[in-house]
Design a protein around this ligand. Structure first.
Ligand code: SAM
Length: 379
């Protein structure tokens, strides 16, 4: 394997030289023997900031590949870390991780060549990171098992087709959720993922509390706090429910109980659930990240992260789901208003990071529709 050095954050690591694995002038990171994806730098940049806000002592980077994630946590998170387990089932990855941790002076590294699931039933940590190919589902139970009471878990999910309701059977298999393609499925997807995490945690009599959850590019990332307690687990299960949308009149919303007919026009509803209807982001945690941001002004995605965190902090206070202005306007064959004008008309509303056409609001569907109609008359 021909290697080349790359720089990411404060780390300098060796990765497979893409030129050796190109096919017809194209390269996909999964074609190389060790996985390193520059498109995930945003995910790692923001995770470094989150880990810094958490300050864990024991970290498990369970699916480590090149080691870049754990190495960056060590070099950049401002935490006093006592141990980081870097694990990968691929021998060739583990050999490269060993080289990379040494080059970066990660003195607290323990490198293991194990199946992540069996490892996670033998070790314990206060922050476990699961960054897989596709769905994190196969690793949810074991990762929650490995977390101390009051510790944290982080998941990346790149399987947006099942999560957003395009691949329904796959969603049922991987997340045990009956999903539909809705006009606000970008947000539904992250709540399907959290719903699965909540239900897996409950098996172990643990409850999870989302601190940071966002969509970017082609993936979701969520970081959650884990607390022990059967009662707490029961309370978190109480926050599961359903999203629905009417294809006829455009009405949408969420409810704890399953409803089948549109309360507005009586048509059959499209349903997704069980989904998480609790908060997806924690104000205190997001504010802590925002207030530490200046220390991370060197990261590649500093500006974009600052924009995302500020958008999230505006979104937090609104109920689950968002209104897709394009979808609603199309139902009434009227012009799509500008998002800014619609927000101004509604008063209590904000943009959402999930979609450039989406707004979050505590106002009801008819208020949203009235504003769209009023603005459409002015066009
Ligand atoms: N976290 C890395 C990063 O930020 O660059 C990328 C990880 S890559 C998407 C997934 C890695 O998981 C691969 O290196 C693969 O070998 C490893 N893997 C897949 N299944 C595994 C399993 N059951 N146990 C341990 N490692 C596994």
């Amino acid at each position: 394997m021909r290697l080349m050095e790359i720089e990411e954050g404060k780390a300098r690591i060796l990765v497979p030289d893409p030129k050796e694995y190109e096919k017809n002038g194209k390269f996909d990171p999964s074609w190389a023997p060790v996985f390193y994806n520059p498109k995930m730098i945003f995910n790692r940049d923001i995770s470094v900031i989150a880990v810094s806000a958490i300050s864990p002592k024991y970290i498990i980077d369970a699916l480590s590949a090149s080691g870049i994630r754990g190495i960056r946590y060590y070099l950049e998170s401002n935490s006093t870390i006592d141990e980081i387990i870097f694990n990968d089932k691929s021998k060739i990855s583990v050999d490269l991780i060993s080289k990379n941790v040494e080059r970066n002076g990660v003195k607290v590294a323990k490198v293991t060549n194990r199946d992540a699931n069996s490892l996670l039933y033998e070790v314990i940590a206060d922050y476990v990171d699961i960054d897989p190919f596709g769905s994190p589902s196969p690793f949810i139970l074991s990762s929650i098992n490995a977390v101390k009471n009051g510790g944290y878990v982080a998941y990346t999910a790149t399987d947006l087709a099942p999560l957003e309701g395009s691949a329904k059977k796959s969603c049922k298999r991987k997340y045990d959720v009956n999903n539909s393609k809705l006009s606000f499925s970008k947000e539904v997807g992250i709540r399907v993922l959290i719903s699965k995490i909540v239900r897996e945690a409950a098996i172990l009599e643990k409850a999870v509390e989302p601190l940071l959850a966002f969509y970017n590019d082609y993936y979701y990332r969520v970081i959650l706090k884990v607390n022990r307690g059967a009662k707490r687990a029961d309370e978190s299960l109480e926050k599961l429910g359903y999203f629905y949308e009417c294809d006829k009149c455009g009405f949408s919303g969420s409810s704890k109980d399953l409803i089948e007919k549109c309360p507005r026009c009586g048509s059959k509803l499209k349903i997704s659930g069980p989904v998480w209807l609790g908060k997806t982001n924690d104000s205190e945690f997001i504010n802590k990240m925002i207030s530490s941001l200046q220390k991370f002004s060197y990261v590649k995605n500093f500006e974009a992260i600052s924009i995302l965190l500020n958008k999230i902090s505006q979104e937090i206070k609104y109920p689950p789901g968002y209104y897709n202005l394009e979808f609603i306007s199309s139902k009434y064959k009227i012009n799509v208003p500008s998002r800014e004008k619609e927000i101004e008309c509604l008063g209590e509303a904000s943009p959402t990071h999930f979609s450039p056409k989406g707004i979050k609001t505590s106002k009801n569907f008819d208020d949203v529709l009235e504003c769209i109609k009023a603005l459409s008359n002015k066009v």
